[in-house]
Design a binder for this molecule. Sequence first.
Ligand SMILES: [Zn+2]
Length: 443
Amino acid sequence: MFGRVVELAERAALRAGPERALGLLHYFPERAFDAVRRARFQRTVRLAAARSPFYREQFRRRGIDARRVDDPSQLGDFYTTGDDLRAHGPDRFLVGRADTAFETTGTTSPVPKRIFFSRREISDMGRLSALWLHVLGLRPGDRVVSAFDCSFWVSPYVLRSGLEWLRCFHVEAGKIDPCEFYDRAAVYLPTVIFGEPSWIVRLSEIAQVRGRWPLKFLLAGGENIGEPSRELVERVWGAPLYLNYGQTESFGALGAECRMKNGYHRNDLHFFFEVANADADGYGEMVYTTLSRDVMPLIRYRSTDVTTLIDEPCGCGISMGRLGKIRGRCDEMVVCGMGNVGPWVFEEILRGIDGIGDDWRVAVLFDGPRDVVELHVEMEDPARVAAVDARVSANLRERFQDFQKNRDMKLYELRVRAHHLGSLRGGARKLRRVVDERQMLPV
Ligand SMILES: [Zn+2]
C-alpha cells in the first residue's frame, strides 16, 4: 500500500517540469524508493508468470510460486540471458501489445536480439532522460545535434522522446562521416552533441584541426571510452564529455554519469540491480530486472557487463546509488570503434583465406585515442602477411558493410599480424579469441 502511494507521487513528480520534478523527488526518503522498487518487482514477476509462456514454464520447472516472490533472491538460480531471447524469440516473452521494436547486434552470434516496447514505456524513459539531461545542464535554449545511428537502435528514439519534454532545438544527423558532420552541423550552431564515443573522438580530431564550436557538453552512448580518449575530447572542445550507460534490452537508461564522471547513477526506479558471482572487490556480472515494462519485461537479465554497485554518496550531491565503471564483458564480445564484435565476426572475415592456420586471436587496444583491432593469425610463412591483409580487407568490405563504414570514417584501425604456426595458443587448451586490452581507467 505504501509502495502504491509513493508510486503515484513519483508518477506525478515525473510529469511535472524537470525543475519541479527534481525538487519533489529530492524529498522522497530512500525507504520510499525501496517500497516502489519492491511493489514494482512483485507486479512484474506476477505479470510475467501470468502472461509470458517463457517465464511461466521456467517458474513451473523450478517450483517457483510467483505470488510469493517479492525479492530477486527468492528466484534462486533463475536468470534470463541473451541466448534465451534469441533461442525462444520475443513472442514467448510478450505480456502486452507492442508498439515498436529495436534490435541489438553482435554479441556472440550473428542473430540479433529483438526487443519490443510500448509508447507508454518510450514516454516514461523519455521523461526520465529529460530529467537527467536537465541535471547535466541542458535547457530549452540549447541546440542539440545528434549523430546516433538510427538503424534499429534504441538510443536516438529515447533521446528524441526526452528532448520533446525539454523542448529544445534538435537536428538528427544520423551516424554520418564525422567530416561531413563537421561541415553540415556547424550552420545549426550546436551547443550539445550526441554520438558514439569512437565517433566523437574522430569528430574531435577534426575539430582540433579545423576549429572548435562553443559547446556546453557532449554525451556519448553505445560503447565505453578510455579516459585518455575522453581527455582528448574535453581538451579539444573545452567542454565535458558525459557517458550514458544502457542496453537495447533495457531501453537505454540503466544509468548515466553526473558531473563527477565517476560511475553511472542508477535508474533505481525502473530497474532492480544485482551483481552475480561477485569477486572479493564486489565486481561481477550486472543483472537487472525491469520494473515498469508491460510489453516485454525482463527478469534477472544477465547484462554480461562486469561492474559493481556503489552506494556511498557521490560528490555531486545526488542520492541515487551508482554502477561502477564497466570493467569488461563476461562473454567475448567487445564494443569498440569497429562496432559490436565477437568471435563469429572474425571467423567470417577469415573464412576462405588460404595460407593461414586454424588458430587466431584478436586484441582490441588503443593507439592514441583510437581503437585498434589487431587480428593475429598463424602462417607457415609470416613474411607473406600482405596477401592475407588484402584478403581480410576485401572480406570485411564484402561481408560487413557497417564495420567497413566505421573503418572508412576512421573510427578504428584494423591491423593484421602474422605469427608462426602453433605459436598463438602457447600451450593453452582453449584460446581466448577476442580480448579487450584497452585500459579504460586512468593509470
Ligand atoms: Zn554523482
